[in-house]
Design a binder for this molecule. Sequence first.
Ligand SMILES: [Zn+2]
Length: 313
Amino acid sequence: MNWIRNFLKPKIKSLFRKKSSMKGAPELWSTCECKQLIYREDLFKNLSVCPNCGSHHKIDARSRFSIFFDHSQFEILPTPLSRLDDPLNFQAKKKYSDQLKDARRKTNQSDSILVAYGKLNGMEVTCAAMSFDFIGGSLSQNSGEAFIAGISRAIEFKTPFVVFTASGGARMQENLMSLVQMSRTVLAVNELKKANLPYFVVMTNPTAGGVTASFAGLGDIAIAEPGATVAFAGARVIKDTVKEELPPNFQLSSWILEHGGLDMVVERKYLRGTISTLLQILLKKKESQVISETETDDVESQINPKTSKSQSA
Ligand SMILES: [Zn+2]
């Protein structure tokens, strides 16, 4: 039926295209990988998880904070920006400086990581979240600075630090300036751990490359959302290198959990409760550690009072 394919089908498509591209009109419907058309408000109410198949859709940093903190109340931490946004004056198909401008306009963020603080079940928490919409959530100089500023804030105010990752990896348009953020963020996490403060990582879809290989891989508790791809190199690259068939769920959070790379896979609706409960346990443990250290000192002073006195002098 040529007339259906050549005339009717394009006509129907153009009708839908006109509706969805009406300027100023919010798009009412969203689609999912299960091919179900979802009323956008229903998707939003369901924390951007498909009510039909349970697929966890990507959400930006502000939406993440909004569903994570008590009563959706949080403060965004101002974070430093590099003096040179485009240190290499990089250009591929598009100028990197233009890519940055577009991403900033589209996301209302200065770079891929935002840091916020607020309360989780009454406990003060510092939190960072990545927006995949900002050049694939890639790790840049500015996002490295934001992450470090967040950790510094957590240490200063003695709060736990939670990061929600969503990234394709390092931002290659910045070359070494991006790669060095891997070691800088790792050093920052070490400082947090030295301060005895809990560090939680929640890996959302996708978390890959230099982000997986740096701060995302260091959580005291490593959590991922269901269906999230967590990887260093992509499955296609691995398959071409090892020349073997890979399992169908390769690099999905459920597969990583089975192979010991994650502590738990938690649905988005349970993240607040799970993290809050674990934080309560860890913070209590910290208190008991302090007590046990004091007890140890007492025991030491009883066994060897001379050593104890010389230490305190
Ligand atoms: Zn779905």
